[in-house]
Design a protein around this ligand. Structure first.
Ligand SMILES: C[S@@+](CC[C@H](N)C(=O)[O-])C[C@H]1O[C@@H](n2cnc3c(N)ncnc32)[C@H](O)[C@@H]1O
Length: 516
């Protein structure tokens, strides 16, 4: 990789103020929103052939439209057109310059603050007007943002990013890890990721080619992050196998392989975070039918702690439609029905009744001296009811606090929990529903404004206890006071609520007061 050319490219992008905000200002919020819906026309109209460097760069690398050689020359005053060609960014066709890659600014906000990078990847369908190549290298997509938002931001020494693609997770990890190893089965993906890292001046990522854990045989990491190619794809001829989303295995076996393989590559106490799909299957004798429990079973088989969160569940037809559309084939065509048939046959062969999607956190059970007792191990599954809105930004810190809360309460006795000082989290509100004319609420719900946006139905007693948790009095004293107020037996109220308080702590509704 020619670092001198990359330095010049960086200088040109900086001089042109090729940033998310500046592009938004260039074509406006409506065109921005249209681009997200895969409609580039409003942006093309807004630019209306503008020749300023920023407009030229956006025309080439975001909209995938040709520009004149003169305009391209002015957009690359340092790199020059020849340098842009040498770096493989553009080519000249019929007196016009066309982009060979997608190169766009990307903004983020994480625990260390705001930042921005330029990300290189293949041009998408919107720019090329063609269905994706099977070796397509994805840019930053919805799933990439979901995972990057979920990553625990606690500083560590080493991180493995398995299936790095354009390098987005590795880039994020490089902010809180001393060194990152980024792997991919695709040499093209690694080339994009190397270019992206160099362009953004990030020097602590090492790139390695190979499948799954092969490139890191014998190595262990403090963290593993992976947005793996988890899409379940029929192994039938004529069904395209897109490298960026399909690991070539049957059903959800690729996710199982990443989960079980993580055991050998996590340092004691190390954490893996990944996205995945899991199949729900009709019950053959002796096997679970619940997808979330199957996923938990993979972690159990590998003797890993686990917290698995299911965000969505689709039936076989919905799942097939989603991924056939993603590959550029639209409903109503013969091809769509042929592919849909292949998916439904594949699901039927394994008795698949649904597919879950969600977030997997795995943890190596720890150093020999500090392995948690069996009852205190992290082993949770849950289904989220509420959508997470526009993304998971900031969830990593919430998740980190939640894991710490689990580890604090799990080995402690009820008496120890009752002695703690707790505080209700700032994003928790209480919602009361009354039958018309009734003074007492019929339903009380505690609602989490941030984090995983959970809603929890509670009784009057628990709502009163949570409301009184201001970090001053120990939990036991608060429960005694609430019992007096409601004319209840204090010992019985403690017995009946302490398990719920533990759950509220782990879910982040209650926080442990430091020194509490
Ligand atoms: C869904 S993309 C994720 C890209 C990126 N990490 C992100 O979060 O956007 C999955 C990546 O895994 C890679 N991949 C596919 N099969 C693989 C395998 N067997 N071993 C390692 N990587 C693989 C693909 O080339 C692709 O880059």
């Amino acid at each position: 990789m020619d670092t001198a050319l990359i330095d010049r490219l960086r200088a040109d992008l900086t001089a042109a103020r090729y940033t998310v905000d500046a592009l938004g200002a260039l074509w406006g919020s409506e065109a921005d929103a249209a681009l997200e819906r895969a409609n580039r026309l409003p942006a093309i109209r807004a630019l209306a052939g503008g020749q300023a460097p920023r407009a030229t760069l956006a025309t080439l690398f975001v909209l995938g439209m040709p520009v004149s050689t003169a305009a391209a020359g002015s957009a690359f005053p340092e790199l020059e057109l020849a340098g842009a060609q040498e770096l493989g960014l553009v080519t000249v066709r019929d007196d016009h310059v066309v982009a060979l890659i997608d190169l766009r600014p990307y903004d983020f906000l994480d625990a260390q603050g705001a930042g921005s990078w330029w990300i290189a990847s293949d041009l998408g369908e919107l720019a090329t007007g063609r269905a994706l190549r099977t070796d397509h290298v994805l840019g930053v997509g919805g799933a990439s943002l979901t995972l990057s938002g979920l990553l625990l931001p606690d500083p560590v020494d080493s991180v493995l990013d398995l299936g790095t693609g354009c390098g987005i997770q590795a880039l994020h990890a490089s902010r809180w890890a001393a060194r990152v190893i980024a792997t991919d089965i695709s040499e093209r993906a690694l080339e994009f990721a190397r270019l992206t890292a160099a362009l953004n001046g990030i020097g602590n990522i090492e790139f390695r080619l190979g499948s799954l854990f092969e490139p890191v045989a014998g190595e262990r990491f403090d963290r593993i992050v992976s947005n793996p190619p988890f899409v379940i794809t029929p192994r039938t001829s004529g069904v395209p196998a897109y490298e960026y989303r399909d690991g070539g295995m049957v059903g959800d076996a690729l996710v199982e392989a990443v989960v079980t393989g993580a055991r050998e590559h996590l340092a004691p106490g190390g954490i893996a975070q990944l996205l995945g799909n899991w199949e729900y299957r009709a019950a053959p004798a002796g096997q679970g039918t619940d997808g979330l429990q199957r996923a938990l079973g993979w972690a159990d088989a590998a003797a890993l702690d686990a917290w698995i969160i299911e965000r969505d569940r689709q039936d076989p037809a919905q799942y097939a439609e989603t991924w056939i559309r993603d590959g550029g084939t639209h409903p109503g065509s013969e091809e769509f029905e042929r592919l849909c048939g292949a998916w439904l046959d594949d699901f039927a062969a394994r008795g698949v009744t649904g597919v879950g999607f969600g977030y997997v956190l795995l943890r190596h059970p720890g150093r020999a001296q500090s392995v948690a007792p069996e009852h205190a191990r992290l082993r949770r599954t849950e289904r989220l009811d509420a959508p997470l809105g526009r993304g998971t930004a900031g969830l990593g810190e919430h998740f980190s606090t939640a894991v710490a809360a689990h580890d604090w309460q799990a080995p402690r006795t009820d008496a120890e929990v009752l002695a703690a000082r707790l505080r209700v989290a700032g994003d928790v509100t209480e919602e009361r529903s009354h039958w018309p004319g009734e003074a007492d609420p019929s339903v009380l719900v505690l609602r989490q404004g941030g984090g995983f946006r959970r809603d929890i139905r509670v009784g009057t007693e628990l709502a009163a206890i949570v409301g009184a948790c201001d970090g001053e009095l120990p939990l036991g004293a608060i429960i005694t006071a609430v019992a007096q107020l409601l004319d209840l037996d204090a010992a019985e109220l403690k017995r009946s609520t302490v398990a719920e308080v533990r759950e509220l702590l782990v879910d982040g509704f209650l926080l442990l007061e430091v020194g509490g």
